[in-house]
Design a protein around this ligand. Structure first.
Ligand code: TEU
Ligand code: CA
Length: 540
């Protein structure tokens, strides 16, 4: 009988297909490359993979601009290659989640080509079109995340169209029921093809205010927990009308109803909002009739990861939605790799990476880990000439874009990292080579082996995946919490610093757990944690 609840507390491995493994010598990763490397992913002990978009695309935003939802881009392969990928993943016990980008399409999508061709064609209302203001300026003050107004002028319709991201990523008009039907048909297409779930891109951007009201003026203090760079004015606008609209709940329910026609499908929705992200994530995952999980941005932001911050974020989420379910991540294809982002004051990078991995996988919620994170890869330093990401090109040098976390995966310690025989689409940094999979495979003390060990340890105690969480009053650098599930009560302690730390824990009998890879010293109820140390025990 299918495990409908598999997603709760699942660990999902994110694959960025362009940079995982090239098999046909064009310098770009492909689906066959993913299939070939799945044993590495399975050996880590994760539950599922999420593959960033591989659909037909002009690649202005590297696949997040889709021009055909029902086919594989020739750069990545063919539909048959995807079928083979699923089959191999399932054989290895991995579920497959694909990344659907339903909020916008590419401007090359036939829907948009038709929509922009006149004001009265069959798809005229499939995108968000509006007249200019009398002085010719855009309909309102909404901003694009990637810079400038969220409106672009179309010289044929003599109207503006909405784009929350690039001008080549026009926003679909989900207020139009035909658009909703078309998107649900795409969902069904992939479910019938055998996927186990979805990562849904930018789900809080699906609807805009129909009256196109202006957002409030920019306020500098507004910025918080944002992954977008400070130089971007988008950060300082209060997004009342361009996203997060109430109509979204009904569409998410329709999307869920289709998933529920199939056994054991799950979706993680990406909620991009630096002001109300947790609240919205909670709303979208409550009630059991919308998203299963929401991907929140809190730990992707540059804010240092302190014990207090971890507790605050988890408690805020719990308060916003006691029934909700979050999916936490420290790194992804959009932000500076956390090994570098949180490197201030760190000298033992390996120990730091192991502690963070264990903390992430001990939190209440599901978890996404991003390719290369298991190797503790640092952010790649790229020259302007190497940049591919339009976002980085737009805001350089104040913001360097997203290429630094998208460089190729490192398999072997050789100049191309074992990624490709050709010149890779982004350079392989020389300082990544010593951290190759093959190198870490041979070293039992490596970060990669720690991910394996910890994932294996985590599986033995269901409280990690499903349990409630309760924080202790601990002082920095210590973070402590209890995970409780049925009779199982786990105490988790983390030393988030490079110095020694001492903790006094409850007087109940403690049974220290083993197999997680950390060593600490317990005398009575006093525990001495070494630098970046962790301690796990079962409470009687
Ligand atoms: O990201 C949504 C999003 O909000 C990001 O723009 C984020 O704020 C930014 O990248 C942080 O640097 C998703 C995808 O993850 C991203 O790769 C796409 O570019 C974007 O949607 C548009 O589809
Ligand atoms: Ca290739």
């Amino acid at each position: 009988k299918p495990d409908r609840d598999w997603w709760r507390g699942a660990v999902i491995y994110q694959i960025y297909p362009r940079s995982f493994q090239d098999t046909n010598g064009d310098g770009i990763g492909d689906l066959n490359g993913i299939t070939a490397r799945l044993p590495h992913v399975a050996a880590l002990g994760v539950d599922a993979i999420w593959i960033s978009p591989f659909f037909t695309s002009p690649m202005r935003d590297f696949g997040y601009d889709v021009s055909n939802y029902r086919d594989v881009d020739p750069i990545f392969g063919k539909l048959e290659d995807f079928d083979a990928l699923i089959a191999e993943a399932h054989r290895l016990g991995l579920r497959v989640m694909i990344d659907l980008v339903l909020s916008h399409t590419s401007d090359r999508h036939p829907w948009f080509v038709e929509s922009r061709s006149s004001r009265n064609n069959g798809k005229a209302d499939w995108y968000v079109w509006a007249d200019s203001k009398p002085d010719g300026t855009p309909p309102n003050n909404w901003l694009s995340i990637f810079g400038g107004s969220a409106w672009a002028w179309d010289p044929t319709r003599l109207q503006y169209y909405l784009h929350n991201f690039l001008t080549s990523q026009p926003d679909l008009n989900l207020h139009n029921p035909e658009v909703q039907e078309a998107l649900l048909a795409v969902e069904r297409f992939w479910l019938e093809r055998g996927v186990d779930g979805f990562r849904l891109d930018t789900i809080n951007f699906f609807f805009h205010d129909k009256k196109l009201r202006d957002n409030p003026a920019l306020v500098p203090e507004r910025r918080n927990a944002s992954t977008a760079p400070a130089v971007n004015p988008y950060n300082y606008q209060e997004h009342l009308y361009d996203k997060n609209q109430p109509e979204n709940l009904e569409f998410l329910k329709r999307f869920r109803a289709v998933m529920d026609e199939f056994p054991a499908i799950a979706a993680v929705g990406e909620v991009g909002d630096s002001q109300r992200g947790l609240e919205i994530a909670g709303e979208y995952t409550s009630g059991g009739d919308k998203m299963h999980m929401c991907y929140a941005f809190e730990f992707l932001a540059p804010d240092p990861l302190t014990p207090r911050r971890v507790a605050e974020v988890l408690l805020d989420f719990q308060k916003a939605a006691p029934e909700g379910w979050a999916c936490w991540a420290f790194s992804n294809h959009d932000v500076v790799r956390h090994a570098s982002r949180w490197a201030d004051g760190v000298s033992d990078y390996g120990a730091h990476a192991k502690l963070l991995a264990s903390l992430l996988m001990s939190l209440r919620g599901s978890v996404c880990i991003y390719q290369g994170e298991e190797l503790a890869l640092p952010e790649a330093e790229l020259a302007y000439e190497d940049l591919q990401d339009p976002y980085g090109i737009q805001f350089w040098p104040d913001f360097k874009g997203r290429d630094g976390c998208r460089t190729p995966m490192i398999w072997e310690s050789m100049p191309d990292g074992g990624f490709s025989d050709a010149k890779p689409w982004l350079p392989v940094p020389e300082n990544h080579l010593a951290q190759a999979v093959a190198v870490q495979e041979a070293d039992p003390a490596s970060v990669m082996q720690h991910y394996r060990r910890f994932l294996n340890f985590r599986k033995a105690y269901p409280a990690f995946a499903k349990g409630a969480i309760e924080f202790f009053e601990t002082e920095a650098p210590l973070l402590g919490f209890l995970r409780t599930h049925g009779n199982e009560k786990l105490l988790c302690l983390f030393n988030m610093s490079e110095g020694l730390a001492t903790a006094n824990v409850p007087t109940e009998p403690l049974e220290p757990l083993e197999g997680h890879g950390f060593v600490s010293e317990m005398r009575d109820n006093t525990i001495n944690l070494p630098a970046w140390g962790a301690f796990f025990a079962r409470l009687a």
